[in-house]
Ligand binder design. Structure first.
Ligand SMILES: [Ca+2]
Ligand SMILES: [Ca+2]
Ligand SMILES: [Ca+2]
Length: 328
């Protein structure tokens, strides 16, 4: 039995304090190890995830790139288990695509000494826990830190250089999180953004707010939110994914220069501590370009009444991002 709890991480992280606040995963780990035996077979029938242990970042970009997009190159920053291609996840709204997570997209191998920092996939169903955590000891993203003004951890960052045939670019995605289930409205708003040529475009529809657990949840912009639990019961949500909650399908839109390289960055990370995974799903063939729909309505245009997106997603007085023990 493995013990991906504080003693082992104390060695791995050199005593870094960020995980010492909570022990959310330990009880669940014990249950899983007892029930699962040697072979972890988490994943409902028909669901698969292939992580960067087996494929490369270019493969992720190729899966995302759709109509009128050519991929020049792609790079990934984070642990190999934090990104992969998935299929069979129709319950999330996106059946196939690419997942990036502040935890692991795959289940751990109990026999592997490399897999002590996570247990189950942040994505694959069913929803077995309200506190699925990959606490990987990874670094944060300076871009997310700058955008949200909050120190982050375990960043998963996919950077793609693409050439769009036309001047309007779209990327379809879903954002989900374990922080939905009690922590969404607190200071644990994990950090997530999509940028096109340096401009954030992952906005709540019709607003300049950036998408997060703080801006889309059961009480805020609830029409964009899908709950996947009830009370303390993770199995009561009825959606075949580990995500406790997730957004409806959303679209990042931006104007670019037709025929010229554009840089798209997708980043997700934990905030305040490394626990409770947040995950972004990018639709297969979901990155496309099209002709701009004229200059009249400003739809999708940078800088046309769309705010600057630089305001922290959590703008409801959470000015304080320090350490808070979570008694989960
Ligand atoms: Ca994490
Ligand atoms: Ca869950
Ligand atoms: Ca988190």
């Amino acid at each position: 039995m493995k013990h991906p709890t504080q003693p082992s991480r104390a060695v791995r992280d050199g005593g870094r304090h960020r995980w010492t606040q909570r022990t959310v995963a330990s009880a669940v780990v014990t249950v899983l190890a007892a029930a699962g035996g040697a072979a972890v077979a988490q994943a409902s029938d028909g669901q698969t995830v292939t992580s960067l242990r087996q494929i490369d970042a270019e493969s992720l970009a190729d899966a995302i790139a759709g109509r009128n997009i050519d991929v020049l190159e792609a790079t990934f920053t984070g642990d190999d288990v934090q990104a992969g291609r998935f299929s069979g996840l129709g319950d999330t709204g996106l059946a196939r695509g690419v997942a990036l997570s502040s935890g692991s997209v795959i289940a751990s191998d109990p026999q592997s000494p490399d897999d002590v920092d996570f247990t189950r996939s942040a994505l694959l169903g069913p929803n077995t826990s309200l506190t699925t955590t990959g606490d990987l000891g990874g670094e944060g993203s300076a871009e997310l830190d700058s955008l949200f003004g909050a120190t982050n951890y375990d960043a998963a960052v996919l950077t793609m250089e693409v050439v769009p045939r036309h001047s309007r670019i779209s990327l379809r995605y879903v954002f989900g999180s374990e922080e939905y289930a009690g922590w969404a409205a607190r200071d644990y708003t994990d950090s997530f953004a999509i940028w096109v040529d340096g401009e954030p475009c992952s906005h709540v529809p019709g607003t300049s707010d950036l998408v997060s657990t703080g801006t889309i949840n059961e009480t805020t912009n609830s029409e964009e939110y899908v709950a996947n639990f009830s009370g303390n019961d993770p199995t009561a949500g009825g959606h075949d994914t580990e995500l406790n909650g997730f957004t409806q399908e959303l679209t990042c839109e931006a104007s670019v220069t037709a025929g010229e390289p554009a840089t798209i960055i997708v980043a997700v990370a934990d905030t305040a501590d490394g626990q409770l995974d947040s995950t972004v799903l990018l639709a297969r063939d979901g990155l496309t370009s099209s002709r701009d729909k004229g200059d009249g309505n400003g739809h999708g245009h940078k800088g046309k009444g769309n705010g600057n997106g630089a305001e922290p997603a959590s703008s409801r007085g959470h000015g304080h991002w320090g350490w808070h023990p979570r008694a989960v």
